[in-house]
Ligand binder design. Sequence first.
Ligand code: SAH
Length: 379
Amino acid sequence: MLASRTSADSSDTLLEILKRRVASDGPLTIAQYMDTCLGDPDHGYYTTRDPFGADGDFITAPEISQIFGELIGLWCAVVWQNMGAPKPIKLIELGPGRGTLMADALRAALRVPDFIEAAQVHLVETSPVLRQMQRERLETSGKTPHWHGSLDEVPEGAAIIIANEFLDALPVRQYERRGEDWFERCVRVSKKGKLEFCSSSKPLKTSEILPQTIHENAQDGDMVEIRPHSDKIAETIAARAQDTPTAALLIDYGHETTTPGETLQAVMAHGFVDPLEKPGEADLTAHVDFAQLGDSARRHGLQVHGSLPQGEFLLALGLKERCERLIADTDNDTREKISSGAMRLADPAQMGDLFKVMALTSNGLTPPPFTSTLASEQD
Ligand code: SAH
């Protein structure tokens, strides 16, 4: 992905590589740290393992319930029809994990045979381990996926782009306000040889790092996060949308409005750990700021729909009805498993509220369940 190659021997630990880098180049920004921990070619978290599932570090919506991918598959088919049924249509997934969402989506969309016939599957994935899992998972889907290292590499043409828990893995930069000045939060090596947080030694020019509104709304001592790569993704989607029908569905945990605070977190074996403790061995993420994402998408000329809480989105697409059909002819145990999975996705106390859904489209498209009023309210 975005991680730069280190010249280090691959038998080194990531901690040693990071320490040497700090010794030669000075403190790392949080974005450089995240980038290396997640994407280092030899030791990166995603490059070296399958992190999902009960035995892994965390679990995602498509791994919790097949209904998630199924509803998204039908969403894609409806959006394609709204686009005027272009052929071919590129079905692009960013960060497909084990390939489960795409497999469930393709299976559900078989109900719209013309869509399935027109669909070409493109997967944007940097991890060789996960690419292999995706290949296996999609073997029986009837589609041969094409893999790419970034969205820029996907050939042009009408496209529907989906991304679940992809943006949160993109590196953030953190800035702290002190008086009228902003300092960048960095990572250095302490006297005891441990990684620790520090601040850039000199203040940075506000106009070069932050939107003016963020500066104005922040108080002395506040920390804010900026995710430069999500702006780049919005720009790439907008470039595609200028010439061809394009819709993107972005789902992630995060907030609807920009509020100061830091959200960098590390997760291992389904629990939180210190983000500096085990570089490359824990999942490192930060919440998605949907307000910043929407602003940047609008600036690049896209139509922005939502965000909506995930629970509301899934219920509007038919989560409850699909769940009832699935459990109709099953035994008690299976029924309980299917119902509790569906509930976990939609319940506001579980994933229903924390996760948000935003659609970015070319002009004139209003994907379900967003209404044009919702889209224009944000304009
Ligand atoms: N969407 C999946 C997986 C989410 S985890 C699910 O819901 O289960 C994040 C995924 O994004 C992983 O597949 C990871 O390898 C991939 N990834 C992370 N950073 C990436 C980058 N910069 N470019 C491409 N893929 C990336």
